[in-house]
Ligand binder design. Structure first.
Ligand SMILES: [Fe+2]
Length: 282
């Protein structure tokens, strides 16, 4: 086993040091997998992954999910481009969310590799939904016990005038396939999930894709959702990750939120994302 060190980060996640992600033995893989399940997001520095290495790394954690809405790398369909050019204004993922909650079996998570970074800005915030759940007061925990929530991607990726697809400059060239989003079925997941790897409880609603509680209207759902989000917006369980050349982040969609900051107007930022299939949540 490489001499690896797992360094928990304040708020959320852990940095894993002493690993070359191109060559992991079974014990190193197990240590990384365990840290991922425990901390929700793991960070690596100084990596030199080619596109093929990136794909091989992801495949060790599960089958690759080919994204329906993101533009793909021209030579590697497994790699989704998370890109912003100097003349583009809107970024991808610029608000608290977790990817794929609109799917019946939400993707496990994604491995994001920095390719071209702005000189300044472009950090990513992560938030721990384990910590968010644990720190809820007992009354709120009782209130959400047994509740389910409905999630949708239509208002983001779909064809309506107010969607992210139609209301930003990401639509068309970076985000596409709006017709597919229009026919997505809504997905229903528990508000509190038991994480499939760690067995820990996590809060599983997010401001981007959760539309209401199951059995309630949007209006009826709004006060409790707003209360849960206000709790999650507190900084105690957030970590701001600063990208450097060679940085890699591997986050778990089930136990974290993330937010890509859009504070580098006029500069290019190119990231390669590979997403790994997940499972139904209970
Ligand atoms: Fe995202």
């Amino acid at each position: 086993m490489n001499h690896i060190k797992i360094v928990p980060q304040p708020g959320c996640g852990a940095e894993i040091q002493g690993v070359d992600l191109r060559a992991m033995d079974a014990a190193t893989f197990d240590a990384i997998h365990g840290a991922f399940a425990e901390h929700g997001v793991v960070f690596f520095r100084g990596q030199t992954l080619s596109e093929d290495d990136h794909i091989a790394l992801a495949e060790q954690f599960g089958p690759i999910n080919i994204n329906r809405f993101f533009a793909a790398h021209p030579d590697y369909p497994e790699i989704a481009m998370v890109a912003k050019e100097p003349d583009q204004k809107d970024n991808i993922g610029g608000g608290w969310h977790t990817d794929h909650s609109y799917d019946h079996e939400p993707a496990l998570g994604s491995i994001l590799v920095a390719r071209t970074l702005p000189e300044t800005g472009g950090d990513t915030w992560f938030a721990s939904m384990y910590a968010a759940y644990d720190s809820l007061d007992e009354k709120t925990k009782a209130e959400i016990e047994g509740l389910n929530a409905v999630h949708s991607g239509r208002h983001i990726f779909g064809e309506g005038p107010e969607t992210y697809y139609n209301s930003t400059d990401a639509g068309g060239n970076r985000i596409g396939n709006a017709a597919v989003a229009e026919v997505l079925d809504d997905a229903v997941h528990p508000v509190v999930i038991t994480h499939p790897l760690s067995g820990k409880k996590a809060l599983y609603v997010n401001p981007a894709f959760t539309v209401r509680f199951d059995g309630q209207t949007k209006e009826e759902s709004q006060p409790l959702l707003a209360k849960l989000y206000a709790h999650c917006f507190q900084g105690d369980f957030h970590h701001r990750f600063k990208w450097e050349p060679g940085s890699v982040a591997f986050w778990d969609n089930r136990s974290t939120w993330h937010w890509a900051l859009n504070d580098y107007q006029g500069q290019r930022r190119i990231m390669h994302r590979i997403t790994i299939e997940g499972c139904a949540l209970h």
